[in-house]
Structure formats: structure tokens, C-alpha cells
Design a protein around this ligand. Structure first.
Ligand code: GDP
Ligand code: MG
Ligand code: ZN
Length: 341
């Protein structure tokens, strides 16, 4: 039977038992637990995260099952100042110990190669953050040509977050079928002009899907972008199956719905790991100050005003004003200064 967790982390601290029903905490788990587990010791990848457990896939036999991560959670809380909403995120490499066919415990987490992180409101007034996905080879920033209308603001935030973590990016423009017949030069072309890789696709008529496949095959890739741009549709075409959020009964709690941070890792061809993320309306940036923002806008790097310490906000000699992303820069700058996002 799967273990049941009742109370919160406090009674866990006081309780030596795993789940209360007389099951002792496995000894090995205690010895091996840790946050900086060497990558060679991991045996599973986190595929989906719920409030008190995560689903992992075991390397050995590709089986997947739910794991608690209470021990790791305690360590992570002790170690980090800004807390994470959950101790693991999708894409994390972990060491798990199987308890039975359907359950296990996360006993160690490898340090992340990189992660896509945004600030999240904390329940207790403390700063929290929310790691959407970790250990990415590529971030695909998805925006639609139309419906919803292409808007650069969110893309710029994702570009910055990825660059801050050295994650390569690809801007994927979806629903190209909806922009057929438009004579104007599409504004996403501006991004190619800035040196970003841009690829147009349509899940409806298949345009660009093969090219996209070539770029993501064999990699751990997160698809991010606002809700409704077509991330899940695209993954369904790429995987040729009906993936996507299915409301399922949680075998641990028996409840029909489980709280989830939203991202799901899907297995693709040739060891591909593709992560569908929930649509976000906004994406706050962490560990970044206004005065460093221009470093993340390559077109600002060569401006002469930069040499005199211009912040490109209201300086009279500023040369950034005519640039395509100037208004986006200003909005992000202001949000960094005010702490709002
Ligand atoms: N015309 C057109 N509609 C699309 C395309 N891709 C997705 N859609 C539609 O856009 C809506 C949102 O798609 P979904 O995949 O759920 O977006 P997500 O929220 O980003 O995962 C759905 O109604 C889809 O049918 C496309 O390439 N062309
Ligand atoms: Mg979706
Ligand atoms: Zn300037």
C-alpha cells in the first residue's frame, strides 16, 4: 500500500517514521540524502511535481511512480534563504529509493546545471521562488503569430532568464497558418535581426514541425510561453500522441485533483525529454538589478551612451530610444526597480 502523509513538515520533523503506520524511515535514505549529489549517483528524473510528492522516472527500467521528498525538503529549507515552492522541480536528477511498486522517497538531489526560475508569492511574507524546470539543453520560447497576438514583452523576460542561466534559446512562432496573407513584415523578424534563432511553425498544417524536431531531438527542452499560444498542441504533433494535462486521481491522497506546479516532462524520441510548462501571464526575474538589465539586450551593447554609464531610462543623450525593444526594456527596468512583475 502506498504510504499516506497527513500533517505538515513540522510533525514530520518530530516523527521518525515514514507515513506513521509503523513503517520505519529507510536507513540508507538517511545516509545518502543530500542536495549536492554527484550526477553519477542519480537514478531518476523528476517528471512532474505535486505539493507533497513528485513523479519520477527511473533510469533503470523507465518505470514511473510517486515519491515523497520530505527529507530533501528539510535540507533545502535549512540551506536556502529564498525558499523554493517545492524542493524539486521538473527535470531534476535525483536519487530515489523505491518503497514498493508505486512509491518511493527522494533521498538526494543533484545540483542543477541550470534552471528557469521566477519569483513566487510566499505564504509567510518570505521571498519564495518557483523553478519551472531544470537541467535544460534548450529553452523554446513559444509565442503565437496571432490569437493571442504576438507580444514581445514576455519573450524578452524569458530571453533574459535563459541568458542569465546560460540556457540556449529558440523563439518558436506558432499558428503561422493564421498569418497567411499578411503582407507586412512580421515583427518577430526583429528577433532574428538581433541574432536570436527564430522558427515559425503551425500545428494545424505542419509547417516547420520537422525543422523544430531536428533542433530538439535528443535534448531536454522546456516549452514556455503564455497560455493559449499552442505549446501543448505542438507537443502533441511532435510526439504523435495525445499528451497534455489529464485530471487523474492521485493514488497517494485518493483525491481527484492534486495541486501541481504545472510542468510535465514527456519522453520523446531518442532520449528526448520535452517539458510542457503551464502558461504564464507574467514572468518575474530574480537576481537581476535594473542597472545590469542592458547587458541582456545585445543591441544595447554597442551604444555610445553606455560608456558614460547611461541606464537608458530618461537620460537626454540616450541612444536607445529608437530601438525596437526600448519600451520593453523600460517596462522591465521599472518592474525591477519596484519589485513588481
Ligand atoms: N490555427 C491554429 N490554432 C492552433 C495552433 N496550435 C494551437 N492552436 C489552437 O490554440 C489553442 C491553444 O492551444 P494549446 O496547445 O492548448 O496552447 P497552450 O496553452 O500553449 O498549451 C487551441 O484551441 C488550439 O487548437 C496552430 O498552429 N494553428
Ligand atoms: Mg498547454
Ligand atoms: Zn542610453
Amino acid at each position: 500500500m502506498a504510504p499516506k502523509f497527513k500533517g505538515d513538515s513540522d510533525d514530520w520533523l518530530d516523527n521518525e517514521q515514514l507515513g506513521g503506520k509503523g513503517r520505519k524511515r529507510p536507513k540508507k535514505a538517511v545516509q545518502a540524502r543530500g542536495l549536492d549529489l554527484p550526477w553519477s549517483q542519480a537514478n531518476a528524473t523528476v517528471e512532474e511535481v505535486f505539493q507533497k510528492q513528485c513523479r519520477v522516472r527511473l533510469d533503470e527500467d523507465q518505470s514511473n511512480f510517486l515519491c515523497s521528498y520530505r527529507w530533501a525538503e528539510l535540507i533545502s529549507k535549512a540551506k536556502t534563504e529564498t525558499r523554493e515552492r517545492t524542493p524539486v522541480c521538473v527535470g531534476d536528477r535525483v536519487l530515489v529509493q523505491k518503497l514498493d511498486e508505486q512509491s518511493g522517497v527522494v533521498v538526494g538531489i543533484c545540483s542543477r546545471k541550470n534552471s528557469l526560475v521566477r519569483p513566487a508569492p510566499g505564504r509567510d511574507g518570505q521571498k519564495h521562488y518557483h523553478a519551472l524546470a531544470a537541467n535544460l539543453d534548450l529553452l523554446v520560447i513559444v509565442a503565437s503569430a496571432k490569437d493571442p497576438e504576438f507580444s514581445p514583452g514576455l519573450i524578452d523576460r524569458f530571453l533574459i532568464a535563459a541568458e542569465a542561466q546560460n540556457i540556449p534559446v529558440l523563439a518558436c512562432i506558432t499558428k503561422l497558418d493564421l498569418s497567411v496573407g499578411t503582407t507586412q513584415e512580421p515583427i518577430w523578424e526583429e528577433y532574428s535581426g538581433l541574432g536570436y534563432e527564430v522558427l515559425g511553425v503551425s500545428s494545424k498544417d505542419g509547417t516547420g514541425v520537422d525543422s523544430l524536431l531536428k533542433k530538439i531531438e535528443g535534448k531536454t527542452v522546456a516549452f514556455c510561453g503564455q497560455s493559449g499560444v499552442g505549446k501543448t498542441s505542438l507537443l502533441r504533433i511532435l510526439l504523435n500522441q495525445n499528451v497534455g494535462r489529464v485530471e487523474q486521481v492521485n493514488s497517494f491522497t485518493g483525491k481527484g485533483r492534486h495541486t501541481t506546479t504545472g510542468a510535465v516532462l514527456l519522453d520523446g524520441p531518442k532520449n528526448s525529454r520535452w517539458i510542457d510548462t503551464p502558461g504564464v501571464r507574467g514572468f518575474g526575474l530574480i537576481h537581476l538589478e535594473g542597472r545590469d538589465l542592458a547587458d541582456f539586450f545585445p543591441e544595447f551593447r554597442t551604444l555610445a551612451c553606455r560608456l558614460s554609464g547611461c541606464l537608458h531610462t530618461s537620460e537626454s543623450a540616450c541612444e536607445a530610444r529608437g530601438l525596437f525593444r526600448y519600451s520593453s526594456y523600460l517596462r522591465i527596468f521599472k518592474s525591477l526597480e519596484t519589485g513588481e512583475f
